[in-house]
Every structure is written in C-alpha cells, then in structure tokens.
Design a protein around this ligand. Structure first.
Ligand code: ADP
Ligand code: ADP
Length: 233
C-alpha cells in the first residue's frame, strides 16, 4: 500500500525568460509505514518536491496521490481539507504560535477542523513526544528540541496518512537532533507512521529506511537501509 505516489512530477517557477525548472518528471512511491529521506545539493528541488507532495504547491504537470486521493483535480478548498485531515508538516523553524501554550498549539489543527479537542487527546500526543509535563508552557519557555517536539505533536494530532518534515533538525544541536530523530524513528517503528523528510545531513538521513537523491530536479539515485558512510560517498 502506497501512502503517497508522485507520478512524473514537474515544476517550473515563472515563465518565459525567467522560467526556472525545479523538478523534471520525478516519479516516487512512499509505502505506508516507511521512512524516506530526500537529499541533494542546494537548489536540487528538495523543498519543491516536498511542497508539491504535501499539497502546499501545485506541480506544473504530473500527479500527486495521497491516501488514494488524486490531488490534481481538487479545488483549493478540497485541497485545504485534505491537507488538514491527511497531512502533517514539520518545518525547520518549528513555526509554533508564540502566544499559545504547547497544548493550545497541538490542539489547533483539531480546532481548525471544527472539533472541540479533548484534553486527554492532546495530552496523549504530547506524552507520546515526551512532553507530558510541558503542556502549559509557551514556546519561549521551551528548548529548541522541545519546541520541535511540540511541532511534531501538532502535526500528528490529526493522525495524518503522511508526515512531511523539511530539515526538522536543521535548527538543533547534535544531541538534540539525535533525540528528535529517535522520536521520528519511533513513530515509524511503533505506530507505522509514514514519514518523508528532507535533510542535507548524512547521519540524519541514515535514520531513514531509504534515501532518495535529487540533482538538478531529477532523481539521481536511491539507497535502501543506508549507512551514513554510504550516503556521504
Ligand atoms: P532545494 O530545496 O533542494 O534547495 P528548491 O526546491 O528550493 O531546492 O529549489 C529548486 C530550484 O527552484 C532552484 O533553482 C530555486 O532557485 C528555484 N525556486 C524555488 N522556489 C522558487 C520560487 N518560489 N520562485 C522561483 N524559483 C524558485
Ligand atoms: P507509546 O507507547 O509509544 O508511548 P502509545 O502507543 O501509548 O505510545 O500511544 C500514545 C497515544 O498516541 C495514543 O493515544 C495513540 O492513539 C496515539 N497515537 C498512536 N499512533 C499515533 C500516530 N501515528 N500519530 C499520532 N498519535 C498516535
């Protein structure tokens, strides 16, 4: 079963003389319960791939299918609903709302979906990311690693079919990065969460089941059960 299918995805920004082709006919499947890292040099199309796959941007051509839904023909409204229900997204800079507590940040996607979040529901997800006792803290009162855990909890609270992460450890020091990666790895191993992560760091990518390499907007290779040494080579 595929959680996400990318079929011949192409993306060009701008037009005419200013046109920049970011992706050219990229086809990739992400199996349910798999953990994939996307690597490649700066400008190779990693962020564009993630944005298109997550329905945050539309490809110029090709198709994205998430949890059996083809995003191609969806209206903006339908796309927004699908993102809300099926997709979690984690950013390098956490992107928490500073005025809200950790609990309130995590509850936000449920509120946006028109649901009244249960306290135990929010508490359970915070506990799952190891922050059971930090729910009343605001982001400024938490370390970087704790803030990213809150962001991960917020992304998971709707039980998405896939969690996308763009350089999730890029703003964290080495030991905190390891903890956050262990958390992501645990979500895959213990809950069968599907994760697609962009990273430039071989040690980070080695935590994934598979590494996909982009170069100049095309697929340039793939490693299964990668080691950091093999990735760096
Ligand atoms: P990466 O994440 O691997 O650094 P990106 O997907 O950000 O690569 O960028 C791929 C290419 O698309 C680059 O040439 C970049 O300059 C270009 N690009 C990305 N976003 C935009 C945009 N919004 N407008 C124009 N060009 C863009
Ligand atoms: P652990 O044993 O790893 O601490 P549990 O299996 O007890 O975690 O689950 C904690 C809570 O997280 C439960 O309420 C469960 O429903 C919920 N949960 C399970 N899988 C996921 C998931 N993929 N994303 C978000 N929440 C999940």
């Amino acid at each position: 079963e595929q959680a996400v299918r990318l079929e011949s995805l192409s993306k060009t920004y701008g037009s005419g003389q200013n046109a920049v082709t970011a992706l050219t006919e990229v086809s990739l499947d992400f199996r349910a319960g798999s953990f994939t890292a996307i690597m490649g040099p700066s400008g190779s199309g990693k962020s564009t791939l993630l944005q298109c796959a997550a329905g945050l941007d539309r490809p110029t051509s090709g198709r994205v299918v998430i949890a059996e839904t083809d995003l191609t023909g969806l209206s903006e409204t339908a796309l927004t609903l699908l993102r809300r229900d099926k997709i979690g997204f984690v950013f390098q800079a956490f992107n928490l709302l500073p005025s809200l507590t950790a609990e309130q940040n995590v509850a936000l996607p449920l509120r946006l979906a028109g649901r009244k979040p249960g306290r135990t529901e929010v508490a359970a997800v915070l506990a799952e990311v190891g922050l059971g006792n930090r729910g009343r803290h605001r982001p400024a009162e938490l370390s970087g690693g704790q803030q990213q855990r809150v962001a991960i909890a917020r992304a998971l609270v709707t039980k998405p079919a896939v969690l996308f992460a763009d350089e999730p450890t890029g703003a964290l020091d080495t030991s905190t990065s390891r903890e956050v990666l262990a958390l992501l790895r645990g979500l895959v191993d213990q809950h069968g969460q599907t994760i697609v992560m962009v990273t430039h760091d071989p040690v980070t990518a080695a935590k994934a089941d598979r590494v996909v390499f982009l170069a100049d907007g095309v697929l340039a290779g793939e490693l299964v059960n990668p080691t950091a040494e093999a990735i760096a080579a």
